[in-house]
Ligand binder design. Structure first.
Ligand code: FAD
Length: 637
């Protein structure tokens, strides 16, 4: 069977001709408020003044007592003084954030009645605003499998809006079931950015700070946590600079990818995106605004990176930059032997002088897929290329990229030629193309536009992302690509190794315990109202078969963008690091308010007795949270 060469990049494949006309093309990969200080004298905030009055009265009584009691009185005074300082410092509000904003915590705890909770949210003094009518807009995510509307959406205009919201919910404690999900672009797959009947914070509304670029020896850019990577790229390119590490798709937010890792073909060289951050500004689950870095508040810094949104909301990030190239040489070659393919990939990522990007993908029973590379990729030898026959074999495509500027074109050609000469691909299958750097990085967006136009973007995406240790990859590939999957008709399968020795160790990201491991991403789209292999249920079962095989063969696989239903599974995902993860949760989000859609911890709710309430308010002691095992499953759309 002659291989037809296809023009589109790997995220978009053309469905077989036998598909009905309505089958998808598959895309894969992939109120303004017063700003003056405005303390509200609510009944709660008057309490300290009543206590002060009481203390002064005590002092007056004391003046009439005998000298033998003075020592005790002196101690009492000291105690009273400390007590007063403590009480005064407990006045809630933003004043301790060096802000000129007003205190916005409502006076009384509302009842757990939704309309009371709602009015308590409305009473918050914000620069941005809260909406209730458009909650359906944030009830779903890219996975498109769950519909869980929040009670409200916060459109923040400043970090103080986010801090106020968090403090308010902390103040309500377990009398409310309010949780908070920061929402980037909602490109999660399993409801991770949803907050059922809680508050979704639309991070995109947080436009401060603007994108600010600092040139110099170690250039960097300061951005808002809700900024999307494509905007950062466009802005930094104006200065001839660019972030170093990417995802395959750039319409994702900084906060969203840093909460996971941000992995693409540059990660073997620069580590994932979480490796390339100098500083973060975080609003913790207690509402505190904290600046952190490797040296300052480092525990919080490392917790948040890869922390699945559990410890705080990223409101600002400082990202390292490097000089940006103008162009890239984009190369694809094919293999029919998995060992040769993976050996070459591992060889390339181990070399000092190598390509700037190394990825790969699997083509199972898709002769139609390779039908049109010619319009954007040129075969090195067109005669040979047209004669290549795949014989229905499973093929492995190595995809590499070399960055260059026009004046370096010939030395770049020499370097890539040398690197390619060291590889063992099928000689007639060398294809290349030269495109601007930005076009290469933003490649998936082109496919997105086409799919959106056909109404095929917002379909269910039962994606599965795995991190597989090098020692298991051959066994995995043999079973999964030859036996479990009979074709990848409904989406691409990415596969490429990364070199963990260059990755920072103390983040919350969980990876296999070997220096080299592979990212294997199954990225299918389910066709609505279809049956057979494009059906959602079929694809979910297929994922389960892959997972069952990994477990039975003990391959020590970890999920990337993890999703689990039970505490036992989460504990096993974290392994020895579970205790640290849970301790960090207790330290930074003790009420388990943040990112409920990850379903790791659950906020304990229910009205407290007046005694419990008074105790928890007085001591600030956290409510205990429960783990995922007791969580209800999300309602399927
Ligand atoms: P959301 O989905 O909105 O949020 C993700 C999680 O982070 C949620 O739990 C949310 O509460 C939390 N969160 C969001 N913002 C913040 C914040 N500011 N502070 C704290 N927590 C926050 N990933 C890769 O690593 N590599 C890829 O190549 C890649 N390609 C992709 C291609 C496509 C087409 C899609 C849809 C996804 C891809 N992803 C990839 C996955 C992507 O990294 C995740 O979906 C990630 O969640 C980013 O999406 P988002 O910004 O929309 O975040």
């Amino acid at each position: 069977m002659a291989i037809q060469l296809y023009s589109e990049h790997k995220y978009m494949t053309v469905p077989p001709k036998t598909f009905p006309l309505n089958s998808p093309f598959y895309l894969f990969f992939f109120f303004p408020q017063s700003s003056t200080l405005n303390l509200k004298f609510t009944s709660t905030s008057l309490i300290p003044f009543r206590l002060l009055f009481f203390a002064i009265s005590l002092n007056k009584v004391e003046m009439g007592l005998t000298s033998s009691l003075r020592f005790h009185r002196q101690n009492n005074k000291t105690f009273l003084g400390i007590f007063m300082i403590l009480v005064l410092s407990c006045i809630p509000g933003r004043t301790n954030l060096c802000s000129n904003h007003s205190v916005s915590t409502p006076k009384e705890l509302p009842s757990s009645n939704p309309s009371d909770i709602r009015s308590s949210l409305v009473s918050l003094d914000l620069e941005g605003y809260i909406s209730f009518d458009d909650v359906h807009n944030v009830a779903k995510d890219f996975g498109n499998r769950y519909q869980l509307p929040p009670l409200a959406i916060l459109h923040p205009r400043s970090v103080f809006d986010i801090s106020s919201m968090m403090k308010h919910i902390v103040h309500l404690g377990s009398t409310s079931n309010l949780t908070v999900a920061a929402r980037g672009h909602g490109h999660s797959l399993q409801g991770q950015a949803l907050a059922h009947q809680g508050v979704v914070i639309k991070m995109e509304s947080l436009r401060s700070p603007d994108i600010r670029i600092y040139k110099g020896k170690q250039p960097y850019v300061d951005v808002s946590g809700g900024e999307i990577w494509i905007n950062i790229l466009r802005e930094t390119l104006k200065y001839g600079l660019s972030p170093k590490s990417w995802t395959d798709y750039l319409h994702l937010t900084v906060g969203g990818t840093l909460s996971n890792a941000g992995i693409s073909g540059q990660a073997f060289k620069h580590g994932p995106q979480i490796n390339n951050v100098y500083q973060l500004e975080i609003v913790t689950g207690k509402g505190e605004v904290v600046t952190c870095s490797e040296k300052r508040n480092s525990e919080l810094f490392f917790s948040v990176l890869g922390g699945l949104g559990q410890f705080g909301i990223i409101t600002r990030a400082r990202i390292s930059l490097e000089p940006a190239p103008h162009m890239v040489k984009w190369i694809r070659v094919l293999y029919s032997d998995f060992s040769a393919f993976s050996r070459d990939q591992e060889y390339l990522i181990s070399k000092e002088k190598t390509f700037d990007y190394v990825e790969g993908f699997v083509i199972i029973n898709r002769t139609d897929l390779l039908n049109n590379w010619r319009s954007s990729f040129s075969p090195n030898d067109s005669t040979q290329a047209s004669r290549f026959k795949s014989d229905g074999k499973t093929l492995y495509c190595l995809e590499v990229v070399k960055y260059f500027n026009p004046e370096e074109a010939s030395s770049m050609d020499q370097e890539t030629g040398k690197l390619l000469s060291e590889l063992n691909y099928i000689p007639s299958t060398l294809f290349s193309s030269e495109v601007p750097y930005i076009e290469f990085l933003d490649r998936v967006h082109i496919a997105e536009r086409k799919l959106r136009a056909k109404g095929l973007w917002e379909v269910p995406h039962p994606w599965l992302n795995l991190l597989i240790p090098k020692s298991s990859i051959y066994q995995f590939a043999t079973e999964v690509f030859n036996n479990i999957l009979t074709s990848n008709n409904n989406g691409p399968i990415l596969i490429y190794p990364v070199n963990q020795s260059k990755w920072k160790k103390h983040t919350s990201l969980i990876t296999p315990n070997e220096d080299i491991f592979y990212l294997v991403a199954f990225l299918p789209s389910a066709v609505p109202n279809s049956s057979g292999k494009n059906d959602l249920e079929y694809l979910l079962k297929q994922n389960q078969r892959v997972m069952n095989f990994c477990a039975a063969a003990n391959l020590n696989v970890k999920q990337y963008l993890p999703h689990y239903e039970t505490q036992k599974e989460w504990k096993s995902h974290f392994g020895k690091r579970w205790e640290t993860f849970a301790q960090r949760k207790q330290a930074y989000d003790p009420l388990a308010i943040l990112a409920p859609g990850q379903r790791i911890f659950q906020k304990t709710t229910g009205k407290l007795s007046p005694i419990q309430l008074a105790k928890s308010k007085a001591t600030g002691s956290p409510q205990r949270y429960h783990y995922a095992s007791i969580l209800p499953k999300p309602r399927t759309v």
